[in-house]
Design a binder for this molecule. Sequence first.
Ligand code: C5P
Length: 223
Amino acid sequence: DRPQPLKGRRVLVTSGPTHEPIDPVRVLANRSSGRQGHALAAAAAAAGAEVTLVSGPVSIPDPAGVRVVKVESAREMQAAVDAALPADLAIFAAAVADWRVEADSAQKIKKGAGGPPTLTLVENPDILAGVARRAEGRPPLVVGFAAETENVIEHARSKLARKGCDLIVANDVSPDSGVMGGDRNTVALVSAEEVERWDAMSKQAVAEALVARFAALLGGTSA
Ligand code: C5P
């Protein structure tokens, strides 16, 4: 039998990209595959947790033993996250769009004499920061991800402080890293106290090692 270090724990995971509507047929999107977040949800379930996975549009299968809530936009993701709380552990692995189109069109935007449309963007809510900064019902362990193309650790440190989470899993997603959409990941764990660099591993191995670490950090406490 596998060890069940998260038995009795509630775990929330966000994963995948968000799609921000421009009109009924067009979206703003990003290249997140959902692989790392889905692997984390699967690993947490295998470790005995009751897992809710809030996922943006992905083309990979639902992980086994997990409750999956499918969303499209950042605002839908935020609502699904709120509905899934409370949790002992919240892991924000989704690549949430920073911006959405201010007023998406109810009808398909047509080519025409007016020339190309101008899209006005507005900032999306920061879902992770909203949960990490809750006065009440904050999960005891809140973990964020930092996908950067340069100065990875430096950006992760400032993100940790800015968002108020307990831990940032930082990774390099520059195009030559092969991380975005690929099967392997090289991560560093950044907390207020220290930086721990891990060797390159499969996303599944990263997920299992992270879940073991989160379980150890949660220790004997329960929400
Ligand atoms: O600021 P940045 O997007 O780099 O932060 C990444 C972290 O914040 C990830 O954990 C991501 O899931 C989370 N995030 C979020 N809501 C946003 C933007 C990012 O939850 N609107």
